[in-house]
Ligand binder design. Sequence first.
Ligand SMILES: [Zn+2]
Length: 111
Amino acid sequence: MSHDQLKKQLEERQAVLSRRVGKIHRDLQSEHSADSEEQAVERGNEPVLEALDEKILAELEALRLAVRRLEEGRYGVCVACEGEIPAARLEALPTTIRCLSCADLRGPLAG
Ligand SMILES: [Zn+2]
């Protein structure tokens, strides 16, 4: 995939996630106003929405970083060992900044 295509793909993903974050925030707000008289009542899916929000914001941050690295010509280069990240790994995990062996050293969730 060319860098232009890749950048477009990353930016499209950013746009999708940004819209999703906006929707979550609207949902959270409408829940707040709907039950303002019953503050003590546990709000059903709000913690789920907040956890989702956090996850999406983390991915958005990773996408921003990926786009920046792309612009700087460092995309696909491992930040830890400066080795080349295999294309298959980038395809599966476009926002990764570490090669598989460096990611393994940091644990499976470090990316
Ligand atoms: Zn590495």
